[in-house]
Design a protein around this ligand. Structure first.
Ligand code: AMP
Ligand code: GLY
Length: 431
């Protein structure tokens, strides 16, 4: 099969790494890909949101399977466009991807189907939102309705900061139309976990549980990022909790969408808060998590291409996946300054020292192939905020953490930053 992966992050590198191992894959393309992906796939210089350009390429090359990594093209309807051109594409349709594309839509679905989530109120007017806040107690969470590249959620410890968030979103319009509507919701507390499943519209195949670390600094301090590391499985997600999430969250969405005439095919990602009262949904995503995928995929023994084809063809009934029982940890090395401003084009050193290590893999995110200033030889240069995901399996979570940080210690670039405590919560839960 000729396969095209759309996207350029660590998630897409992990997907390409696994797809390239499939006996079903004869030729792999990635658009636009990154430095690391160029080692397993042919890079195509088309951006992930250029749907017309991607469609033209896929038709020309007679691509047998297209895998969509990021949310923007999904929410824009890439799956509908490819499918109506007769192409097989893995991911939800536009009307299903709205579960990620509009938080108002997803909260209303949850209410309709009795899916446990934080209490909330929707506003389309700043004055009303500000007046509402006068009568409330902090902490509260303010969320923009639409896609904001992970920046549209503000957890507010005071009413003053909640008002600032409302002003930023609705008066200053920092997120444009994505915050035409906002949600103000109850702040939940507990451990977070990600439950990611693949559906064919009727049946559901769960992936292993995982957890990411969103804050930039150790101890979950500092601003939110796209994710600074992840591990799988999440020991907080016991079998009983997993079953509860499947029964109360995942199946109601899949059967509800089918009942609405919008069968949900592709990845459904539920971000869950494990509260004292039980699991509550924080958000849905219509795609694989990043960086969760980097910690999940190395544990997957089954063929990822087969899973995706079965999702497209409606053949997931009685299908299940085989997993490596060993835990996996993935730590992000980011550029100094991220999630604020950062430099690009810095040489990444030491990746070749990690390659021979067993059970370790480096998934690239913001890198590109380049030349050393000294002698013109080929190397990788930084090309984004999150640069690499150093990923390792281990006999237990502590061993995986050690393997991961041992490998990370061999890699360096100017102003490299990474968290030293990825997986710390899992160690605590297990002890
Ligand atoms: P979301 O994009 O909705 O997952 O939000 C990003 C992050 O904000 C989540 O992973 C949580 O850490 C936090 N968050 C979102 N909603 C809530 C909530 N209702 N209570 C507490 N934290 C939340
Ligand atoms: N790791 C969170 C996300 O992919 O949205």
């Amino acid at each position: 099969m000729k396969i095209l992966v759309i996207g350029s992050g660590g998630r897409e590198h992990a997907l390409c790494w696994k797809i390239a191992k499939s006996k079903l894959c004869d030729k792999l393309y990635a658009a636009p890909g990154n430095g690391g992906i160029s080692e397993t796939a042919e890079l195509v210089d088309i951006k992930a949101d250029d749907i017309a350009g991607l469609l033209k390429f896929a038709l020309e090359k007679k691509i047998d399977l297209t895998v969509v990594g990021p949310e923007v093209p999904l929410v824009a309807g890439i799956v509908d466009k490819f499918a109506s051109a007769g192409l097989k594409v893995f991911g939800p349709s536009k009307s299903c991807a709205l579960i990620e594309g509009s938080k108002v839509f997803s909260k209303e679905l949850m209410n309709r189907w009795g899916i446990p989530t934080a209490d909330f109120k929707v506003f389309d007017n700043a004055n009303e939102a500000l007046k509402y806040l006068d009568g409330k107690k902090a902490p509260l969470v303010v969320k923009a309705d639409g896609l904001c590249a992970g920046k549209g959620v503000v957890v507010c410890k005071t009413i003053a900061s909640a008002k600032d968030a409302v002003n930023e979103m609705m008066v200053k319009r920092s997120f444009g139309d994505a915050a035409k509507k906002i949600i103000i919701e109850e702040c939940l507390t507990g451990e977070e976990a990600s439950i990611i499943v693949v559906s064919d519209g009727k049946s559901v195949v769960p992936l292993a549980s995982s957890q990411d670390h969103k804050r930039i600094f150790d101890g979950d301090n500092g601003p939110n990022t796209g994710g600074m590391g992840a591990y799988s499985p999440s020991p907080s997600v016991t079998d009983a909790i997993f079953k509860e999430v499947m029964d109360k969250v995942i199946y109601p969405v899949i059967s509800g969408m089918a009942g609405d005439g919008k069968p949900y095919r592709g990845v459904l990602y539920a971000g869950i808060m494990l509260t004292k009262e039980g699991p509550r949904v924080l958000e849905f995503n219509a795609r694989f998590g990043d960086p969760e995928t980097q910690a999940i995929v190395p544990r997957l023994k089954s063929d990822l291409v087969e899973l995706m084809m079965r999702s497209i063809d409606g053949k997931l009934e009685n299908y299940s996946l085989e997993w490596d029982r060993r835990p996996c940890v993935s730590v992000v090395a980011s550029a100094g300054g991220y999630p604020g401003d950062y430099e690009k084009g810095i040489e990444v050193k030491g990746i070749e020292l990690v390659k021979p290590l067993k059970d370790v893999v480096v998934f690239h995110a913001g890198t590109k192939s380049g030349r050393r200033a000294t002698d013109g030889s080929s190397t990788f240069l930084t090309n984004g905020g999150r640069v690499l995901n150093v990923t390792a399996l281990g006999s237990d979570i502590k061993d995986a953490i050690n393997n991961c940080y041992n490998a990370l210690g061999k890699i360096s670039f100017d102003r490299m930053h990474y968290r030293r405590d990825i997986g710390h919560r899992a160690v605590k839960v297990q002890n």
